[in-house]
Every structure is written in C-alpha cells, then in structure tokens.
Design a protein around this ligand. Structure first.
Ligand SMILES: *[C@@H]1O[C@H](CO)[C@@H](O)[C@H](O)[C@H]1NC(C)=O
Length: 371
C-alpha cells in the first residue's frame, strides 16, 4: 500500500499552524539584550543570532506634552534598527525601550497620573513603534516611588494593553509586545508593584537583578554587584528578588532575569585586603566605578590580575594593586541562566550588548539556556 497523507492529517496540520499563528503573542523564551547608542557599538556589529529579543534604548518622554519621541541624533540608527539586526537573524524581535536610568522620573509620574496624558504617551508610543518597525515597546520607568505612582503604573499598563490590542485589530498586524524593566524585587522599599495589571497587560518583566553594590552608594567596602545568593552576611541577592516576584503571584513565565555585562571598580584601602566586603575608598577606573566586561578582561590581562570566582554567592572579582573589580564572568552567567531555567522563568536579558568581550558572555548565556 502506498504511503499517503490523508486529507484529515493535512487539515489537522493546517489548523494547528493557523492557531499557532494566532497566538503569536505567546513568547516561548527570551534571550534578550539591550543596545544603546552611547555604547559606541554599531548596531550592524550585534551578533543577533545569540538573541531572541533586542531592546533599543532609549526613546524619550516629552515632559510637556507626554508624547514619546526619538531624539534627532538617534533617529537614523533607531529607524533602521530592526532591519539591521534582522540581517543576521530574521526571527529576532525588537522592542523600543522608553525612559531608562537617566530619564526624568517626575515626568513619568506626571504622565501616569492623568488619563489624557496617559493617552498621549500610549498613542504616540504605538505609532512610533509602528513607524520605526519595532515589534514591541518596553517601559523603563526607574522607578515609581509612591503608592499613587504604583497605582497609576498599573492603570497605564491596563490602558496600554487595551490600545495595543485595538491597534492590532485595526491594522491586522500582530499585536506589539509590551514589557517593562522593573526593580529587582516586587517590593520596592515597602511599595509593591501592581501585579494583577502587570500579569494581565505585559508580555513579561525584565527584573533588574543587578546594581546591589557599587562605589557610588557603597563606597566604604567592596561588594558583589549582582550576587545570585546571599552570603553569611545576608547581603542583597538576585534569588531573593526573583522569589519575591514569584511570591507576588506573578507567573514565573512572565519574569526575565537581568544579567549585567559590566561590573564596578573600587579603590582598596589596603592592597593586601582584597576579598568581598574589604575596606574601600570609593570608585576606581571611572567616576562611578562602572566598567564594561570587555574592559575588565583587558584589565585582567594587562595587569596579570588575580581573578576569583565565588560559587556560593555567584560572583566574580579581580584585583591588582589597590584596584578591585566585582563583576560576572562566564561561570556566574552560566550559573544564573541555569538558575533562571530551573525556576521556570521566561528567560534572561543583559545590559548591555556593547560591553561583551568577543561574545563570551552572550554565547555562554545562550548555550546555558539551550534551544
Ligand atoms: C564567598 O563569599 C562569601 C561572602 O559573601 C563568603 O562568606 C564565602 O566564604 C566566600 N566563599 C569562598 C569560597 O571564598
């Protein structure tokens, strides 16, 4: 008997594919990374095969009319961003990220507090994403800092999702992705993110699980900038933040773990006392001590510096003379990505792609996650 595919099988496959297409809103996993123009790293140099989602940072919020805009100096790179990164990986998705650590947080609070201002933000962000060919929008409001702000943040997300769904119905295009970069834990200094609105409205959150210790705010001793676990001292750690987010009721499948592709450098008080939490005198190397991974690798090779991996808290540090740098090397990245997968998280993201060294961290993360 000749083997022949029955019409029923063909119809079944067709309907399976058709229904799959309709739920394109379900993201299977996230291997994300941020890029920003000030990083002096060309968009065309991004190895987009190592990522599923790339965030283009940042669009700005106009504090007067509450519209989202792209500054004229960024316009050329942003408008061709998607096309450029899709040359190496046609499946990669791009999101336009709004705000950032350097943005005016008062403008976000004012925008979110009134319906007409939220509409201005929402409508302008959607048309900006469409006219510049992004697949989604990422809100990076650092941070809502009052109970009212958190409530308004939730209202904004709910209205944003409704507008994105309406636009998709009208345009016939797949709905824009909606994400937000949020604090490392649900609890922001005793204030709580609006979990129900996040769960209903966002595709996922990027939990900024880093910047725990840095010479800018902890100048008098070294520290692990982004340890995964607490040491004996009960230090701030990523696992506590992720457990807090899961405890909030948010599905692990909406949580994406943050990886820093940078570290912080301190000046040691005593070159011979060079462990974690050793006495220090503020920043070394740069004004706030921040230093990208590629420069850290250069520092290690140029100074034949000692590099230490602490696998119990999951951090790396290196020192030479009185310069001490805390950071994540490949082993820390691999452990964190394996942790994210084991917790059932949606994936990971890194800040920022231009700081990697020959793709070492990006490749390690992608391999640790798997297909
Ligand atoms: C790792 O760091 C913690 C401090 O946070 C310390 O208690 C522990 O002894 C360190 N482990 C090693 C192997 O040095």
């Amino acid at each position: 008997m000749a083997s022949r595919t029955s019409p029923l099988v063909i119809y079944t496959i067709f309907f399976f594919l058709a229904s799959f297409h309709n739920c394109a809103g379900q993201t299977a996993n996230v291997k994300g990374v941020y890029w920003f123009p000030g990083s002096d790293f060309a968009v065309s140099s991004i190895d987009s095969t190592l990522f599923t989602h790339i965030f283009c940072a940042f669009a700005d919020l106009n504090p007067t009319n509450y519209q989202v805009t792209i500054s004229s100096s960024n316009q050329a790179q942003f408008s061709t961003f998607t096309q450029t990164v899709q040359q190496k990986n046609p499946n990669v998705k791009t999101l336009l990220s709004i705000g950032g650590g350097g943005a005016n947080t008062d403008a976000f609070a004012a925008m979110a507090s009134q319906a007409s201002r939220r509409k201005s933000f929402i409508d302008s962000s959607i048309s900006l994403a469409r006219s510049n060919n992004f697949h989604g929008l990422d809100l990076d409001w650092e941070y809502p800092d009052t109970a009212a702000n958190y409530n308004n943040f939730g209202t904004l997300l709910t209205e944003w999702r409704a507008a994105v769904a309406a636009e998709s119905r009208t345009s016939g295009k797949v709905a824009l992705l909606l994400t937000a970069a949020v604090f490392r834990s649900w609890n922001y200094y005793s204030l709580k993110y609006p979990v129900q609105a996040i769960s209903n409205s966002l595709d996922w959150i990027n939990a900024m699980t880093y910047d725990y210790y840095g010479p800018g705010w902890s100048p008098s001793s070294t520290g692990p900038p982004a340890a995964l676990y607490s040491g004996a001292s009960g230090q701030i750690n990523g696992d506590a933040g992720i457990r807090d987010w899961i405890q909030s009721g948010l599905s692990a499948k909406k949580i994406v773990l943050g990886l820093p592709f940078y570290g912080y450098a301190w000046r040691l008080v005593n070159a011979n006392n060079h462990g974690l939490f050793a006495p220090a005198n503020g920043a070394a190397i740069s004004a706030d001590g921040s230093i990208g991974y590629r420069q850290i690798r250069n520092f290690i090779s140029q100074n034949a510096a000692t590099a230490v991996h602490n696998g119990s808290v999951v951090t790396d540090y290196t020192y030479s003379g009185t310069t001490w740098i805390g950071y994540d090397d490949t082993q820390s990245v691999s452990t964190k990505v394996t942790y994210a997968k084991s917790k059932g998280l949606l994936g990971y993201f890194a800040w920022h792609v231009g700081a990697d060294s020959n793709w070492a961290l990006s490749q390690t993360a992608s391999r640790a996650w798997g297909a």
